[in-house]
Design a protein around this ligand. Structure first.
Ligand code: G3P
Ligand code: MG
Length: 249
């Protein structure tokens, strides 16, 4: 690891504050801040014409109501879709934000970010490059350096090649013995994993090796406390207010 250790908060809002507002919208980012989070996690992928935007699924259907792939649809169409109505009628009219719009929102709210690079299949390197290009162009100087993460090692490798100054975390649903080789291959400073599948032994191994350890998606107060006792540094949660209260932060 060549980068200095990153100062992660103990709690990060997942997709903003996904329990309370439509995930990956500006309203969700703001909701996380209003509920006490100082950082948020969100997912970045590309439109058909290469614009980075906030979206979890490959398809636009679940959260934006259009039965098409994001990677087949130009930003001009995606940006006009309703990203709130699926959650509750009161959220109707919210839009799918571009990554540039999200960064501006973070600047206004004073929020740090774990930027998850979530490429559509086949666009792993391209998505990573677009993400770090946008960070270099727009990331506010008053915010802490963001943490990049991805389930796709190819995205992290591309981020490392294009912009090594942004710290990286490998993102693995269930850690296997190869986790350290994967982390070293992309010069990661952190390991992000499913907290419900993390053993005490594995957590100890990761911490002994000097990595930051973050877990998702933990909405249960007592589980969050237990995870902290085995060495977890940061809990990514849909309910940041609940977890902040549970951890006494
Ligand atoms: O980055 C943590 C978490 O968001 C990873 O899973 O599927 O919610 O993006 P997912
Ligand atoms: Mg995510």
């Amino acid at each position: 690891m060549s980068l200095p250790p990153l100062e992660l908060p103990r709690v990060i809002g997942h997709r903003g504050a996904a329990t309370y507002a439509p995930e990956n919208t500006l309203a969700s980012l703001r909701e996380a801040r209003a509920r006490g989070a100082t950082w948020v996690e969100f997912d970045v992928k590309l439109s058909g014409d290469g614009v980075p935007l906030l979206m979890h699924d490959d398809s636009l259907k679940r959260t934006a109501g259009l039965d098409r792939l994001a990677s087949d649809t130009p930003w001009g169409e995606i940006g006009g879709l309703d990203a709130g109505a699926w959650k509750a009628p009161r959220f109707a009219g919210l839009r799918v934000p571009s990554f540039a719009e999200a960064i501006a929102c973070l600047g206004e709210e004073g929020l740090g970010a774990n930027v998850e690079i979530k490429p559509s299949p086949g666009r792993e390197a391209e998505t990573a490059r677009a993400t770090v290009d946008m960070l270099r162009a727009r990331w506010p100087a008053h915010l802490p350096t963001p943490l990049l993460s991805s389930f796709q090692d190819a995205s992290l490798a591309a981020a490392l090649a294009a912009a090594p100054e942004y710290p990286r975390a490998i993102l693995i649903e269930e850690l296997k013995d190869d986790w350290r080789a994967r982390a070293e291959a992309v010069d990661a400073v952190g390991v992000n994993t499913n907290g419900k599948k993390l053993s005490r032994a594995r957590a100890g191994e990761i911490k002994a090796a000097g990595y930051l350890l973050s877990v998702y998606t933990i909405n249960d107060a007592s589980l969050a406390r237990d995870l902290m006792t085995i060495g977890v540094d940061c809990v990514i949660t849909d309910t940041p207010d609940v977890i902040l209260a549970a951890l006494g932060t």
